[in-house]
Design a protein around this ligand. Sequence first.
Ligand SMILES: C[S@@+](CC[C@H](N)C(=O)[O-])C[C@H]1O[C@@H](n2cnc3c(N)ncnc32)[C@H](O)[C@@H]1O
Length: 241
Amino acid sequence: MLDSISTESDPDDYAKLFEARTRPALPAEGLVRLFLGDYPNRPGLPKTGKVLDLGCGDGRNTSFLASIGFDAVGVDVSNPILHYARTHHGEAEYLVGSSSNIPIEKNSVEVLVAWNSINYFGHDNANFSKHFGEVKRVVRVGGYVVMSVPMRRNFIFDNSSRVHDWPGSRPGEEYMRIESDPWGHRVGEIIGSFSSEEAIKTSASEAFGGDVWVSSTVSDWFGLDYSWFVVVAQVGGNQGV
Ligand SMILES: C[S@@+](CC[C@H](N)C(=O)[O-])C[C@H]1O[C@@H](n2cnc3c(N)ncnc32)[C@H](O)[C@@H]1O
């Protein structure tokens, strides 16, 4: 059992951000590079079969994944966001759910993408182990998990305070209560990160049971630190029931 951690965040806050947009956002550059680029040190990723975009937000990445050949499904905790995604990116299916309770059959997903979403803990009182365990349940053995997680130096952690003593967490996992967000909507949210590339690699290897490739992007973008870990993990045997 996880201890209860109170949060003041509202799962529908993101919808307010998306609704203010006059046009849908473009897909994440890192994902486009991962799926369409050719990098010798990155495993070749499939482009067909079922892809699950976990924490899909407005569907910008779900739509991209559908456009390259996947049968794409987006899952998010927020109903208003899913309404936005269905309206603007109707080429995919969208389901309400959470990273700790994914409304998808076990062993049914070829690639699971969690782009800046698996690290959100304000709405399901979970931790990385719980999210990773649920991800492993739905991805078939031999399938892939692709995720991005902000580094602790990322602007979202400015002034944040560490949430301590969350049972069941692995060494190197860090959970932070967000205090300042330049856009305002994530204050009170609990966002997780890792102390190092080694720590995220160890957690992902233990959780998914297959090979893990970790990359990172370190960037100052007009005064905001946009630094990220990017992980590709293959799911190994011993699939949970
Ligand atoms: C920073 S946005 C990223 C959205 C999208 N992946 C993208 O790259 O545009 C984080 C998303 O995660 C969703 N989210 C937050 N907690 C979640 C959870 N426990 N399970 C699933 N989605 C969650 C939010 O509603 C939001 O849409």
